[in-house]
Design a protein around this ligand. Structure first.
Ligand code: GDP
Ligand code: MG
Length: 356
């Protein structure tokens, strides 16, 4: 799963990216600001931390998420817009977009369009993505029209797709995202291969000054989920040794860094959940899409476990913690024996019984 950080130049994308990459212990070569940078980060999970404290395993393995730091989009002229186009493919291959927009005031940092206006920056990016999708849809429609005139091909199928594409054009021309136009699972499947930009989940990061951050910051901006943070503070935090970071945060009355909360928010934003396995050798968080069944989740660990699946001995994290351990949870009647089709829930601790 991959998340792309996008936004105008100088909005703080690379600062934030480096902070979350460093916090996760992966160094990245940042010498080419005109190129995307990729880093894999560990998804913070207090449940895994707790489990690991109980089992004291040889190894603790958190879930991971890839972040892509995109070059800034300067949409003030044709040259910049052409350059931005080059990067659309990377964005299409991402599962989620994080718009990093500037709210911090600092005269030393050049201002995009000579203003600090996050609402306008968000609007501009959304509009550009809608244009990008419109171009794709228009091209597709032209191809479909041409193939309708040819003697070969299933005409009904072509007409059905043309109907949908025409509706998408109408929606996009009203400057509304593709996601507004899709009315069924079938339609969502029909357009999946286009990987439209305006269909992707978006999280807005308002990169603000320290004194603009508060517990009352809204969680929505321009109708989208948002987070207020300071990329600069995140960077300073990431440079501290882990022990001091905890102290610094405690002084601020916080439990985790904004970067950690951002990673977590993206993880759930792309509809991922974790289940956990525990033992003396390893405690581990496994990534699955929400809605995955117990047998498919088993396949994430090893194909043998899926093949020889007998039962998934399952307990919810909170019940496990309340019981103190598996024995306690069992005594409290909280441990279930689930079958293949059970839909795994976020935070399930699973012990697979299998036979190969
Ligand atoms: N005051 C302040 N400056 C920041 C903040 N985030 C980034 N900057 C500065 O803004 C400039 C551009 O940051 P950078 O992360 O490279 O932006 P990018 O072009 O979006 O990747 C750098 O000089 C940063 O030090 C912030 O939260 N507060
Ligand atoms: Mg950058």
């Amino acid at each position: 799963m991959r998340v792309a950080l996008i936004g105008p130049p100088q909005s703080g994308k690379s600062t934030l990216f480096q902070a979350i990459a460093a916090g996760s212990g992966s160094g990245v070569d940042m010498s080419r600001p005109d190129q995307p940078h990729l880093a894999t980060v560990k998804v913070p999970d207090e449940r895994l931390t707790w489990l690991s404290e109980q089992f004291n395993p040889k190894k603790t393995t958190p879930a991971e998420l890839a972040f892509l730091d995109m070059p800034g989009f300067d949409l003030t002229g044709d040259a910049g817009r052409q350059r931005a186009k080059v990067h659309w493919a990377s964005m299409r291959q991402s599962d989620m977009l994080v718009f990093v927009v500037r709210e911090f005031k600092n005269d030393a940092v050049a201002m995009y369009r000579d203003r600090v206006d996050p609402a306008a920056d968000v609007e501009e990016m959304l509009t550009e993505m809608i244009f990008a999708d419109l171009e794709q849809v228009t091209n597709r429609l032209a191809k479909l029209e041409a193939s309708l005139k040819k003697p070969v091909g299933n005409k009904d199928e072509i007409k059905r797709e043309m109907e949908l594409m025409t509706r998408l054009v109408d929606t996009l021309e009203e400057e509304r995202p593709i996601s507004d136009a899709l009315t069924s699972e079938i339609e969502i499947k029909m357009v999946a291969s286009f990987a439209f930009l305006s269909q992707k989940p978006v999280l807005i990061v308002l990169n603000c000054d320290e004194d603009a951050m508060s517990a009352d910051n809204p969680t929505e901006f321009a109708g989208r989920p948002c987070m207020y943070l300071s990329a600069q503070i995140e960077e300073e935090l990431a440079e501290l040794p882990a022990e001091e970071r905890g102290e610094f945060l405690a002084d601020l009355g916080l439990e985790s860094t904004a970067g950690d909360r951002l990673i977590r928010a993206c993880y759930t934003g792309v509809d991922l959940v974790s289940f956990l396995t525990s033992g003396e050798d390893e405690c581990r968080a496994w990534t699955i899409r929400a809605g995955t069944t117990a047998v498919d989740a088993a396949g994430e660990i090893h194909s043998d476990i899926a093949r020889g699946f007998i039962r998934a001995e399952t307990v919810a994290y909170d019940d496990f913690k309340a019981g103190g351990d598996m024995k306690g949870a069992k005594a409290a009647g909280k441990v279930r024996l689930e079958g293949k089709t059970y839909v795994v829930q976020d935070g399930d601790i699973i012990n697979y019984r299998f036979n190969v």
